[in-house]
Structures are given as structure tokens and as C-alpha cells.
Design a protein around this ligand. Structure first.
Ligand code: BGC
Length: 767
């Protein structure tokens, strides 16, 4: 993936040597020796927290306690004693753009820089593990924590999440990839069972976790609150042991989400190493008893205790009491990143001079909306960072614009449910006086937060009314939206320009001003679809719970996979995002490689400003035997181009991206045949298309009496033999094709007795 790094990157490790790790975390042997010298009581105590944020240390053995803090888009370190729920103030830090924005950059290299900066801050603050990234898939626009998650697409989620992990862990600081798994709603999050079939489970909900675990070996994975198909994630041996450890080779530590453990012994047995936060002696006591009476093998406790010690030894190596970081440099990075995250949804031509944006510094502008002065930079709950500084869009615009060109009118009060006629009149009058009006609307803190889902997706009514009134007064109106979850844009979509600014972190105000005035080219792309109607969204009929179960009825058709398969019109599609310039894509070439396909294309900047092209590679099977989406994102190519510049971009799509989960073999399978390869400026703006023939995985399906006649007849060796055998039994030369079609769905075990045969003997003969 190619991209240009923004300026103001994070500090180097001051010339210190990179952390030596003798495994994904390292220190396994030393940890085993220490644990071998511990009593059962000591080992049991290690598997529960010491406090709200700390693990248990063993000072005599040189094992220090590790501090874990949220995360994910900055550090939320509570100094002194944490309050019981860990929600009080935390130390001042840098609030980078939250996940909703970061994913819209479509740029893992950029996100890695954020991870790098957060890792540096963790070293300086003595934090050993940062609790993030949150990589759950956005299943519904109503998900209360969507601002903290990356995308509706597992490929994008996996690549962005992996980049964050890479950046942080480079500093010898652990990450905690969360919330494992299928935690896609806040409603009843501690009790609900997410009931989901095998294919969506692997292809949509586990896929990003699998990618990050396999490629980055995160130090920890956080087990979620909810149940999956009836079993708590924290007690789910299939999830934590069979899948995470045995299938994906995870070698780090599994920690519970805070207070997610229902039954400590069942959790330990299932593979949960560390219960957080401290449960006093309740958890350790239960573990001691279970080991004493043989319900849990002693070796299992040894393994979990070893992982906790190993984490502590690794963290100790990164500790540096003299470390500090350059807050201002990180603020500049936060601004550079935010500039890459906002998505320009529309920018219509308004007159002969062209589109409304970018603004000229000499244009008189009515800046309207309280959010211009009181920015909303992040969501509520455990991820809330205490920013050391917050940029305000209004001030930043005034910095760029010529003197006396800006007039401000708040227009509404954040949180108000009724319009304030005086504020509206004032705003309308300002809009009338100005060349252009820029209206800042959005959701307030009370509208979306961790802990509850939204019940609708509308913008507050007074804000919609305000936009309508301002548009009447001055059609040259730009709307800037600040929101963590997708909102209904129906009524504001008549504005000629809309900037989806998400929640952009502490430097977002500056980034918005830079984009409005063209100091930065907007280059964000939608990481989630904005549908026409909430009713169109895939989980509309299956969200929330019924008797504590939520059925994932849409299967693998999540996000654009659903809208595309159903050919629904959407307001703004996945991958959409305008620039101030235009790009042409040409000369597509696709070659199969040893590990997948290589997609090459030429991208040219056809406008008169520099800009960033984001070439999205989508792949779809032309005639799959299973239900599959028309297209799935499988690669991203980025090119920063000067006017008239063109570049050849190559995107390698690993073969694993072509696979689907085949439940008959309980594994990933690449289906052979023609695959459509598309290159798009969005999922609905496909510029280049071709097909490539892919050889499928050889599947050696063992035959048994439950195999159908059709399956046996398709088998390369058994097929012809069976054909001859049936023909001989029936006294015919060959089999009637219509008859074959009719009987092909019958299992051999049902048909054989009719023919006076024994199924097992037939199979032995055919083998
Ligand atoms: C959240 C986690 C968070 C933890 C610690 C939980 O309520 O779900 O994301 O890391 O609290 O604050």
C-alpha cells in the first residue's frame, strides 16, 4: 500500500534499541520458571486484577504490576485511585481521531503513525497495555458504539486495526484487540446472545480479528461481554481456545472485558487467562478451589499465570521513567490525520465559477451552528480521552480567512429538542448577508455513547429546521456534520456541499478549516454505507433482542454486501468520498500470483489541484455455489498525485481474501472459477472491470453413507464406478439424465437398501 506520510510524525525511541522479544510477547521461559516457583494461591491471584486498572505483581520474584488503560484513540489513564466504574477524569493526553474517522482515511500507513504516537505516550505515562483497537463490525447504523468501531467491512477493519496494533506494539507496549467477539450492539450487552451462523461468524465477525492475530500477534485479546450462540464469550472454549489459540496460533493473553466474567472457573477452563478488574478474592478463591478439587487441571492455571507474568516482564522492558513525548508534535499529527479522515460527500457546481468548496479566504462566510464553537470531538464512555487542547473550527477558519469575512451565529443549543426562534432568525439573517453559509450540525453527547444504542438515526429536529431555513435564505450553503454513527441526511441533502466530519479528535477543528479553505484536499472515504432509509439497513428487523437473543438474520450480507445484493439505492455508498480534483483510472491488468492476484492500474489526476486517489479493489465470484455478495473489498491502492500526474499502482490481493467459510469442511475454501475484479472510486463507482479465472482449492471430501448420489457421481474415481454399478444393477447401458437429476439428492444410505445393497460395502468397492 503506498501513501504519503504526513508531517509532524511521532518521536523516535530516542535512539534506544528496539525491544528484544523472544516470542510474540517474549520472556516465556523466564515466566515459566517464575510460575514454577509459585504457590497455587499466588498463581490464582495472578489470574485476576489487582485493582481497576492493574494486574497483580509478585515483587519478590521481580514481577511488576502492569497498568492497562483505555484506549483506543489516545490514552485514558486515571491517576491515583480509580473510581469504582473507572469513569472519572484521566490525565491530559492527545485525543486522536476516533475509530469512525480513522477508518475513513482508508490508510493503514497513516493509522500506524497514530499507533506509534500512542505507544510513545504509553511509555511516557507508564502504561503497559492500551485497551484497543475496537474492531467489531458496524452491523447497524444504530449501534451505540459505532464511533469506536472502524467499519462495516472486515477487510478494511482488519487492515486499519492491524496498523494501529503494529504502531503501538513497536514500543514494547501491548494492545488489547476488542471486543472478541460479535459485540455489535450495546443493548443488553452483558446478557444478550448474538446468534449467528458459521459463515457470517467467520467471514464477517471474526475475519478482522483473525487477520490481526495472524499478522501482528497482539499481546492481548479482550473477551467480550455478550454470549455467542448461547455461550458467554469469556466462557467460550470454541472461541478462546479452539479458534483463537489452536486455529489462529494466538500466543498472547486473553483478558476479560471489565466485569465480563460470569463464572470464573468456566472462564479459566475455556481459555480466559486474566479477569479484569479485580474481583477481590472471589475469582482467585474460585480458581483455587477448582484446582484443588480437580475441576480445572493445574497445568491450565500454570499456563494462564505464565501469560500474566510474561506480559509483566515484557512491559517492564519498555518502562522508562525518564520518557516523555512532544505533545505539540502529536497534536500536529492529530490534525494531519484528521484532514485525511473527513469525507466530502457532495460538492455541486453552483455557478460558472464551479463548486462551492473550497472557499476562498476573501469570501464572506456566515459560520452557523454551535458545533463550530463547541466541537464534539469524540464519543462517550470508556474511550473518552481528556484532551490537553481542543481546536475550534470557528477560530481556525478565522485564522485562514481574510479579516472581517466571518460572522458567527450559534443557530441552536446542543441538546435542544425545540428550535430557539431568536437564534434561528439571527442565523438566517447572517446567512442572507454572506456569500456562503457553513452550517455545523451533529449529534450531542447524549445522543450516542457506549452503553446504549440509538433508537433512531435522525439529526436533532431544530438543526434540520435550521439547515432548511438557511438554505432558503442562501442556497450557497455548506453543511458540516459531526457524528459518531451514521445519520439520516435526507432533509439536508439538498445542500450543494456536505462534509461528513465524523468525530475528528482534538485537532478536528483545524482539519475542518483546512479542508473548507482547500489547504488540505479532502481524501476520506466512507467506511460505512449511508442508506436512504433506516428500514433498508440489513439488521433493521433483527437488532436489539428478543428474550435476550439477537438473531443475525442477514447472514453474510452486512453493509454494502446487503445493499448491493438487493440492488438498493443508497444515499452515499461505501467507499465514496470526493476530492477537489478528479481522477481517471485506466489500463487494468490482473495476474494470478503464487499467493492470489496482482491488480495493476494507472491512476491519473485529471484536475488542477493535487489530490489523493484511493483505488478500491473489489472481487466477486461470478457464479458461486453459495450465497455471496456481488463484490467484497479486497485491496486498496493510494496515490497522492499532482495535477496531470499519473502513476501505475499495484495492489496484491492475497488468495485468502477470495475464500469463503465452507461449513461442510469447517474451513476457508477458495472456490474455483471466474472472479470479477473491479476497481472503483467507491463500491458504486466502478471504473474498471475484468474477470480472472482462479483455480479452486482441492477439496477431498471423504464419502460416507450420508453422501448423496450426486456427490458420489461427481467424485473423480468413485463417480464413474458408481455409474457403472447402478447401470449394471438396473440392466441398462447408461443412466437416464432426468432420473439422475431426480435421485441425485438421495443419500447413498437411503438408496442402497432399495437395491439390496449395503452402503458401506458399496463405498468400499467404489474407493
Ligand atoms: C468497555 C471496554 C473498556 C473497559 C475498561 C468496558 O466497559 O467495554 O471497551 O476497555 O470497559 O474501561
Amino acid at each position: 500500500m503506498s501513501s504519503t506520510a504526513p508531517s509532524g510524525g511521532p518521536d523516535e525511541r530516542d535512539g534506544r534499541a528496539p525491544i528484544a522479544l523472544d516470542g510474540p510477547i517474549g520472556h516465556r521461559r523466564r515466566a515459566q520458571e517464575i510460575v514454577a516457583g509459585c504457590t497455587v494461591a499466588e498463581k490464582a491471584s495472578l489470574t485476576s486484577g489487582a485493582s481497576f486498572w492493574h494486574t497483580v505483581g509478585l515483587p519478590d520474584a521481580g514481577v511488576e504490576s502492569v497498568m492497562m488503560t483505555d484506549g483506543p484513540h489516545g490514552i485514558r489513564k486515571q491517576s491515583g485511585d480509580a473510581d469504582a466504574l473507572g469513569l472519572n477524569d484521566s490525565v491530559a493526553a492527545v485525543c486522536f481521531p476516533p475509530a469512525v474517522a480513522m477508518a475513513s482515511s482508508f490508510d493503514p500507513d497513516l493509522v500506524e503513525l497514530v499507533g506509534d504516537a500512542i505507544g510513545t505516550e504509553c511509555v511516557a505515562e507508564g502504561v503497559g497495555v492500551i485497551l484497543g483497537p475496537g474492531i467489531n463490525i458496524k452491523r447497524s447504523p444504530l449501534g451505540g458504539r459505532n464511533f469506536e468501531y472502524l467499519s462495516e467491512d472486515p477487510f478494511l477493519t482488519g487492515r486499519i486495526g492491524a496498523a494501529l496494533v503494529r504502531g503501538v506494539q513497536r514500543h514494547g507496549i501491548g494492545t488489547s484487540v476488542k471486543h472478541f467477539a460479535v459485540n455489535n450492539q450495546e443493548h443488553e450487552r452483558l446478557r444478550v446472545s448474538a446468534d449467528v451462523d458459521d459463515r457470517p461468524l467467520h467471514e464477517i465477525y471474526l475475519r478482522a480479528f483473525e487477520h490481526i492475530v495472524r499478522t501482528e500477534q497482539p499481546w492481548t485479546v479482550m473477551a467480550a461481554y455478550n454470549k455467542i450462540n448461547g455461550v458467554y464469550a469469556t466462557q467460550n472454549a470454541w472461541l478462546l481456545t479452539e479458534t483463537l489459540r489452536d486455529r489462529w496460533d494466538f500466543d498472547g493473553l486473553v483478558v476479560s472485558d471489565w466485569m465480563a466474567v460470569d463464572d470464573r472457573v468456566a472462564a479459566l477452563a475455556a481459555g480466559l487467562d486474566l479477569e479484569m478488574p479485580s474481583s477481590g478474592d472471589i475469582g482467585p478463591g474460585a480458581v483455587r478451589d477448582a484446582v484443588a478439587d480437580g475441576r480445572v487441571p493445574a497445568e491450565l492455571l500454570d499456563e494462564s499465570a505464565t501469560r500474566v507474568v510474561e506480559l509483566a516482564l515484557a512491559s517492564a522492558q519498555a518502562a522508562d521513567p525518564d520518557a516523555s513525548y512532544d505533545r505539540d508534535a502529536h497534536h500536529r499529527l492529530a490534525r494531519d490525520v484528521a484532514r485525511r479522515c473527513a469525507v466530502l460527500l457532495r460538492n455541486d457546481e453552483v455557478d460558472a465559477a464551479g463548486a462551492l468548496l473550497p472557499l476562498s479566504p476573501s469570501t464572506s462566510v456566515a459560520v452557523i451552528g454551535e458545533f463550530a464553537r463547541t466541537p464534539r470531538i469524540q464519543g462517550g464512555g470508556s474511550s473518552r480521552i481528556n484532551p490537553f487542547r481542543v481546536d475550534v473550527a470557528l477560530d481556525e477558519m478565522a485564522e485562514i480567512a481574510d479579516a472581517d469575512t466571518i460572522e458567527f451565529a450559534p443557530g441552536f443549543l446542543i441538546g435542544a429538542t425545540e428550535p430557539d426562534p431568536r437564534l434561528v432568525d439571527e442565523a438566517v439573517a447572517a446567512a442572507r448577508r454572506a456569500d456562503v453559509a457553513v452550517v455545523f450540525v451533529g449529534l450531542g453527547d447524549d445522543d450516542e455513547s457506549e452503553g446504549f444504542d440509538r433508537t433512531d438515526w435522525a439529526l436533532p429536529a431544530p438543526q434540520i429546521d435550521l439547515v432548511v431555513r438557511v438554505l432558503e435564505a442562501n442556497p450557497r450553503t455548506v453543511v458540516v456534520v459531526s457524528n459518531g454513527g451514521v445519520v439520516d441526511l435526507a432533509e439536508v441533502d439538498t445542500a450543494p456541499a456536505i462534509l461528513e466530519a465524523w468525530l475528528l479528535g482534538q485537532a478536528g477543528g483545524g482539519a475542518i478549516a483546512d479542508i473548507l479553505y482547500g489547504l488540505a484536499d479532502p481524501s476520506g472515504r466512507l467506511a460505512e454505507t449511508i442508506p436512504m432509509r433506516l428500514e433498508d439497513s440489513p439488521a433493521f428487523l433483527d437488532f436489539g433482542d428478543e428474550h435476550l437473543h439477537v438473531r443475525y438474520g442477514e447472514g453474510v450480507f452486512v453493509g454494502y454486501r446487503w445493499y448491493d445484493a438487493r440492488r438498493l439505492t443508497v444515499r452515499y455508498p461505501f467507499g465514496h468520498g470526493l476530492s477537489y480534483t478528479t481522477f481517471e483510472f485506466a489500463d487494468l491488468r490482473v495476474d494470478t500470483t503464487d499467493d492470489g492476484v496482482r491488480v495493476e492500474m494507472t491512476v491519473r489526476n485529471t484536475g488542477d489541484r493535487p489530490g489523493r486517489a484511493v483505488a478500491q479493489v473489489y472481487i466477486g465470484h461470478v457464479s458461486s455455489a453459495v450465497a455471496r455478495a456481488p463484490r467484497e473489498l479486497a485491496g486498496i491502492g493510494i496515490a497522492d498525485l499532482e495535477p496531470a500526474e499519473s502513476r501505475r499502482i499495484a495492489v496484491d490481493v492475497p488468495r485468502s481474501e477470495l475464500a469463503y467459510w465452507d461449513r461442510s469442511v469447517d474451513d476457508w475454501v477458495v472456490e474455483g472459477g471466474d472472479h470479477r475484479v473491479e476497481v472503483g472510486a467507491s463500491s458504486r463507482d466502478i471504473r474498471l472491470t475484468t474477470t480472472v479465472r482462479i483455480a479452486g482449492d482441492a477439496r477431498d471430501q471423504p464419502l460416507n453413507p450420508s453422501s448423496t448420489l450426486g456427490e458420489i457421481l461427481d467424485h473423480p474415481t468413485a463417480g464413474p464406478r458408481l455409474r457403472a454399478r447402478i447401470a449394471a444393477t438396473m440392466g441398462v447401458d447408461d443412466l437416464d439424465p432426468t432420473m439422475l437429476m431426480m435421485v441425485s439428492s438421495f443419500p447413498l444410505g437411503r438408496v442402497a437398501p432399495m437395491l439390496g445393497l449395503d452402503a458401506d460395502s458399496v463405498l468400499a468397492e467404489l474407493a
